[in-house]
Design a protein around this ligand. Structure first.
Ligand code: HXC
Length: 555
């Protein structure tokens, strides 16, 4: 080969690469930036460790000739795909490029995404999809629909094999929403992301409702009302940082465990504050998140971009400034608890944390929201989280303070029976290490459901003021001592007496401990120590369920 030929070949390659980087062109790039949105490629760079992105299929183009499409060919065809690293660990990523036909999904574009998903399966690494798309490429018709189905199929087959994460950073409408819906975690950005099966115009025609894009399918709606999204982020940067953070709690695939993080917190830390959190009056609320945050690992606060900026300036600053900034930069510690679906069904708390550096999933009743009662939304939220943890070898830690399941026609007519059963099913089938701390109430069926010993929890403990009973003492006395109370001279006094009697007998943890239903009753301040020890002991747990095709969770 002549030197000239080699030179021309290289020039062509570089030119092609430059063209591919321009996506739909300067004008479209400008429009995207003017909307306050980042480009598909910029998003990937913010998501991944610097210098780790390896692109694939940058030269793919569509094959359509109808509607003048042969004159509109762009390298990459509206989606950027490849692999890279987060915290040094391999991930696969695709990022829809709105500058090319509005990021719409063509046959070629779908093939690129499927290729990445197939690689993720082979390599056993998470897939992260950044969605910003007008949906099916209208010019390609059914080919595009087929492309979506190819992706949906892979989403289903990869479910429980590798973690799948979706970031919605623009429109995601019509059937396209079903790909993120099957993935494990969805991130949305306020005022930028929209997800709906049909947009406001169709809604108006069909149901005569007038609703804005944001109200119908914005981040706020889906994080509070529908529970579709797990995170509603303030901006794109925060969204991508949160994905990076989430990845630190997850293993690469179902066969692996999450790598342990070096724990800088003391595993033997006595948490005296925990002794004073439960109010004396057992009908008063308290914040369960305080308990979680105090018990789990405290970690060094991650540096933000803002910090990095100041650190950079610090180098150039004079000595005096450096002193001031050193003061300012005293190390800060924060709880490792990372909450998911914070705003949806807040009566149950779900999220990840670390105990002695080991990643765990935390599920807890929240007495400060609807007294921590289990309703439909809370049951479904909890069940899906438990199943995710179980699928990916993440031990489960449960804090219980639950008065029972929510009564009433609203709940019954919408199926609290089968919806509540989901949570029971999820806890019961889970074979990962399972630990439970009863902080106060564990009443009725909810006691059984909330990771009780009876459904194979490994380590169950209670605080000394715990009440483990069929129901509250007042309700119990009313039913079983009805005759005595009604026939008493002073029914009020008789009622109080009987309620107290019942409370003495059952509203304490010792009755359950007598039967071995809880393993220990501990001083609240010892909670962290006990949990760390138990979790270490449970690291070699081996348990499996009976062989079958698959179970039939009450959907
Ligand atoms: C082809 C599309 C497109 C699409 C947008 N574009 N959506 N091209 N197929 N689906 C093109 C536009 O023609 C335009 O090209 C460029 O992308 C940017 O679009 P704009 O409309 O200028 O942007 P904006 O004002 O921000 O509006 C974005 C939008 C709107 C809300 C997404 O484009 C829109 O409503 N698109 C159609 C959405 C839709 O109905 N899709 C099909 C849904 S059904 P030019 O060259 O003019 O800049 C579906 C079925 C999936 O997806 C089923 C799976 C089972």
């Amino acid at each position: 080969m002549s030197t000239d030929k080699r030179k021309t070949d290289l020039l062509k390659l570089n030119k092609m690469r430059e063209t591919a980087k321009l996506g739909g062109g300067e004008k479209k790039i400008k429009t995207q930036h003017e909307k306050g949105k980042y480009l598909a490629r910029e998003r990937i760079f913010m998501l991944l460790d610097p210098g780790t992105f390896e692109e694939t299929d940058a030269f793919v183009t569509h094959r359509t000739t109808d509607f003048g499409m042969s004159e509109q060919v762009f390298l990459g065809d509206g989606v950027i795909t490849g692999s890279g690293k987060i915290d040094g660990r391999l991930v696969f990523v695709f990022s829809q490029d709105f500058t090319i036909f509005g990021g719409s999904l063509s046959g070629a574009n779908a093939e690129k995404i499927c290729k990445i998903m197939d690689m993720a399966e082979k390599m056993g690494a998470p897939v992260i999809g950044i969605n910003d798309s007008g949906g099916a490429r209208i010019q390609e018709g059914v080919v595009s629909l087929g492309g979506y189905a190819d992706i949906f199929l892979r989403n289903v087959l990869l479910s429980g094999v590798v973690p799948q994460i979706s970031a919605i950073m623009g429109p995601c409408a019509g059937g396209a929403v079903y790909s993120p819906a099957i993935t494990d975690f969805i991130f949305m950005v306020k005022n930028i992301s929209h997800m709906f099966v049909t947009g406001p115009n169709v809604v108006k025609t069909v149901t005569h409702e007038e609703v804005s894009f944001e109200d119908l399918g914005g981040a706020k709606t889906h994080s509070t009302k529908s529970g579709v999204t797990h995170f509603a982020c303030d901006d794109e940067k925060q969204c991508l940082q949160y994905i990076r953070k989430l990845i630190t709690y997850l293993p690469q695939n179902w066969k692996e465990k999450t790598p342990e993080k070096k724990c800088i917190d003391d595993p033997k830390r006595i948490v005296t504050e925990l002794n004073n959190i439960i109010p004396e009056d057992n009908t008063r609320p308290y914040d369960m998140k305080k308990i979680i945050n105090l018990a789990v690992d405290q970690e060094e606060k991650p540096t933000t971009e803002f910090d990095e900026e100041i650190n950079k300036n610090k180098k150039d600053a004079n000595e005096k400034t450096v002193k001031v900034q050193d003061e300012y930069f005293k190390k800060e510690y924060v709880s490792s608890f990372f909450e998911t679906q914070e705003l949806f069904a807040p009566n149950i708390i779900t999220g990840f944390a670390r105990l002695d550096g080991i990643s765990i999933g935390v599920i807890a009743n929240q007495p400060s929201k609807m007294a921590g009662v289990l309703d439909i939304d809370a049951s479904v939220k909890g069940a899906r989280f438990v199943r995710f943890c179980d699928a990916f070898n993440i031990p489960i830690l449960v804090f219980v303070d639950v008065p029972g399941f929510m009564p009433g026609t609203f709940q019954e007519w919408r199926g609290i029976i089968k919806q509540g059963a989901k949570l029971l099913y999820a806890f019961a089938e889970a074979t990962v290490p399972k630990m439970t701390v009863i902080t106060r109430k564990a009443y009725g069926g909810a006691y059984d459901v909330m990771n009780s010993k009876h459904i194979r929890a490994d380590y169950n403990i209670a605080w000394p003021g715990a009440e483990i009973a069929v129901m509250g003492s007042a309700g119990a006395a009313e039913i079983i001592f009805k005759k005595e109370i009604n026939s008493a001279k002073d029914p009020k006094k008789a009622f109080d007496q009987k309620a107290e009697e019942y409370k003495e007998k059952f509203a304490n943890p010792y009755e359950a401990a007598k039967f071995g239903y809880i393993d220990d009753i501990i001083e609240p301040s010892e909670t962290r120590i006990k949990l760390v020890k138990a979790l270490r002991m449970l690291q070699t747990k081996m348990q499996s369920n009976p062989k079958k095709r698959h179970g039939n969770i009450p959907l």
